[in-house]
Design a binder for this molecule. Structure first.
Ligand code: AHM
Ligand code: MG
Length: 340
């Protein structure tokens, strides 16, 4: 790319070209990007910043929080609450929604985030990231008065998202974004302090020879998932007729980033360890934004039975089974579920 295009310029040009990014949404995305820059600084400092290790608290899902989980959550809230672009926020790390305090103007958007995904990788210096999803606060029915924002307003299917993305803190800090017309990637230029467009029209190849799953859970999987992985493992002498490679980073952001970069399939399926839970990953903070990015790049995302973006959420911290990535592989693995 001969001329550097900053995130700001990209958003302004998108707004001009197709009106997909109204001013409030543009401000929102810029503020999220600024917050990610600041989280990236904290992540980079590591032990020097005293940010590693566990905090003394648990989140709503009973998981021990890391210091950086809490710092990242606070950075995102403080950055976003005063700009007038948001009505409320919801986070994987907070029990209930955070309504913008009434000392600030209320905007029309709702922001959801997993402030620091891949927490188990923080202390071992492996890539982690921030995932975010933006919805519009529903309009009251005609003639009805404007209601205070509530948790119910957040319970919209992923297909209703107006923007989604993640920022991966790895060897480079990269922000990946969709507003519904493809996927763009921006790399943080630390000298300039700005995100620079480094890839547009990201496409996921439809076929792949790479899968990502936590193999240690194999004995707990359901038959269709076991069949799919068994066939991959049989390699070129098996029914797939090709050898597969495996990668599992245990940071969804890093695994999805690899898939957006060179293809692959990612699975975090339901398993028998906790049969009452539909899966480990969270629909609203992880699966929906990632599924939309993957679809926008030509891939697919299902829970084994249906398109993730069509699932009507019933609660904020809902979990879901996830199969996403290269289209033909996702279709095959999903097909094995209905073959039963
Ligand atoms: P987190 O949001 O608490 O970090 O958990 C989500 C992460 C995903 O990033 C990753 O795909 C998965 O959990 C890894 O799980 P496991 O440790 O079971 O391999
Ligand atoms: Mg997470």
């Amino acid at each position: 790319m001969s001329q550097k295009i900053s995130l700001t310029r990209y958003l302004v040009e998108q707004q001009r070209a197709d009106g997909l990014i109204p001013s409030q949404l543009r401000l929102l995305l810029e503020v999220v990007a600024r917050a990610c820059k600041s989280i990236s600084q904290a992540v980079n400092k590591g032990a020097l910043g005293g940010v590693l290790g566990a905090a003394e608290s648990e989140n709503v899902q009973g998981e021990i929080q890391k210091k950086l989980d809490i710092i990242a959550n606070e950075v995102l809230i403080e950055a976003n609450e005063w700009g007038g672009h948001l009505a409320a926020m919801a986070s994987e790390e907070m029990d209930s929604i955070y309504v913008v305090p009434n000392r600030y103007p209320q905007g029309e958007y709702l922001l959801l985030f997993d402030p620091l995904d891949g927490s188990s990788n923080i202390d071992v210096n492996v890539s982690i990231g921030t995932i975010f999803s933006v919805l519009k606060k529903p309009e009251p029915a005609t003639g009805e008065p404007q209601q205070d924002v509530s948790e119910q307003d957040f319970l919209q299917a992923g297909s209703q998202q107006v923007a989604a993305g993640y920022c991966v803190y790895g060897p480079q800090t990269t922000l990946v974004l969709t507003v519904g017309n493809g996927v763009a990637m921006f790399t943080l230029d630390r000298e300039q302090g700005s995100f620079v467009l480094t890839q547009e029209n990201v496409r996921i190849p439809e076929d792949t020879k790479e899968f990502a799953i936590n193999m240690s859970n194999m004995r707990h999987w359901d038959t269709p998932v076991k069949r799919y992985i068994d066939e991959c493992l049989e390699g070129k002498d098996g029914p797939r007729g090709k050898d597969f490679n495996m990668r599992w980073i245990a940071s969804m952001v890093a695994d999805v980033h690899r898939i957006l970069t060179r293809g692959g399939v990612f699975l975090y399926p339901w398993d028998k360890r906790e049969p009452e839970k539909p899966g480990k990953l969270r629909l609203m903070y992880e699966a929906n934004p990632m599924s939309w990015l993957v679809e926008q790049a030509g891939g697919a995302a299902t829970n084994g039975k249906e398109r993730i973006l069509d699932i009507p959420p019933t609660k904020l911290h809902q979990r879901v089974s996830v199969i996403l990535g290269s289209k033909n592989e996702v279709e095959r693995a999903t097909g094995y579920h209905s073959a039963l």
